[in-house]
Design a binder for this molecule. Structure first.
Ligand SMILES: *Cc1c(COP(=O)(O)O)cnc(C)c1O
Length: 356
């Protein structure tokens, strides 16, 4: 049976990425060597790194004056690196979920944090509105997509201070106006590649603002100046990311994938809204994530949740159990998930409703 992988992360990757990476593990470009056993300073690997940076810039239309680096430590290390480099006195954060609050926790160790708004009281089921970004802070940090709760900030906002975004779970899912941001970071394992690497897009003028005495490995400038090769990068993970970038460019880039992503999300949200068994995790359509769709069963059917998971799994639908802090279900429908996969989930929801 065909399996459809709705895991939140690590998550589905294009078959193109997996096949090409498997091949390169055995024999990179006919060299007779594995991509895992060549020097990161070899011509072959430097070309892989350079091409990955070039495609990131091309696909995301990153303007001049920005650098792209691939770093170890996942998105979570960025929670620390950002305040370590840029928090002088005060920083502002928008608290939209667990990842945002983890980022806040790290910043609080290093300076004053202003939480401009939080949706914690309602278990993060919406994106707060009507807040003011203070003008006297070093930066403003947002999480563009809240992987666990299924909310997303789908527009590129204006900010009076440098805007920093954790885009781990929606990077490359839509065109983005990078010029509005001073720094964008993403752990690769949601929409780009395997775990073990994070991509950081940083405005070069930010490099001049880095505080003194930042430890070498945590210093953005060191990584930018060394083209992500200060120490040995996660070579295999970067190679896999490159394959996804090639796949994305070949399939038509962000305008194309965004259209498909919107179509997938609409199909699933429409079913959640109309199926008598389910209710959406996020009611305001404006806040609904295009990448992580959360839903639960109506009160009167709550005890059927385990049964539906079992039924879905029997249909080859993998990874739709909701996060423990939300319950119910979550379907992660990242770039690599096909419309056909979402249709299979919708069909299972319809079929299950007929049985109940
Ligand atoms: C998964 C995720 C993270 C954590 O990523 P790691 O690479 O495991 O550190 C942070 N932020 C968001 C929005 C995520 O989805």
């Amino acid at each position: 049976m065909k399996k459809y992988n709705f895991n939140p992360g690590p998550s589905i990757l294009p078959e193109f990425t997996i096949k090409n990476t498997a091949e390169a593990v055995l024999n990179l470009n006919g060299s007779g060597l594995s991509v895992m056993e060549i020097s990161h300073r070899s011509k072959d690997f430097v070309a892989i790194m350079d091409k990955s940076v070039e495609l990131m810039k091309e696909i995301l239309s990153i303007p001049d004056g920005y650098s792209v680096v691939f770093l170890h430590g996942g998105a979570s290390l960025q929670f620390l690196m950002i305040p370590y480099n840029f928090l002088n006195t005060k920083a502002a954060y928008l608290d939209t979920g667990s990842w945002a609050s983890k980022a806040i926790k790290e910043a609080k160790e290093l300076g004053e944090v202003v939480v401009v708004a939080s949706s914690k009281e309602s278990n993060y089921n919406h994106i707060p509105r009507n807040y003011t970004i203070p003008a006297d802070v070093d930066y403003f940090h947002i999480t563009t997509n809240n992987t666990i709760f299924g909310t997303e900030i789908k527009h590129d906002m204006d900010s009076p201070v440098p805007l920093i975004a954790d885009a781990s779970s929606d990077i490359l899912s839509r065109p983005m106006d990078v010029s509005k941001y001073s720094l964008i970071y993403a752990g690769a394992q949601k929409n780009l590649g395997p775990a073990g690497v994070a991509v950081v897009i940083i405005k070069d003028t930010m490099l001049e603002k880095i505080k003194p005495n930042v430890p070498t490995m945590l210093n953005y400038k060191i990584h930018v100046d060394n083209n992500s090769l200060y120490n040995t990068p996660p070579c295999l993970a970067v190679y896999a990311c490159l394959q996804t970038l090639i796949w994305l460019k070949d399939m038509g880039g962000l305008n194309k994938i965004h259209k498909v992503n919107l179509e997938k999300a609409k199909l699933l949200y429409d079913e959640i809204d109309s199926n008598r068994l389910f209710v959406p995790g996020v009611t305001d359509a404006e806040d609904r994530s295009v990448m992580n769709v959360t839903f639960v069963m109506k009160e009167e059917y709550k005890d059927m949740e385990a049964k539906f998971l079992e039924f879905a799994s029997s249909q080859g639908l993998i990874g739709i159990k909701g996060h423990r802090s939300v319950g119910g279900f979550r379907a992660s429908i990242y770039n690599a998930m096909s419309l056909e996969g979402v249709q299979a989930l919708v069909n299972a929801m319809k079929d299950f409703a007929k049985q109940v």
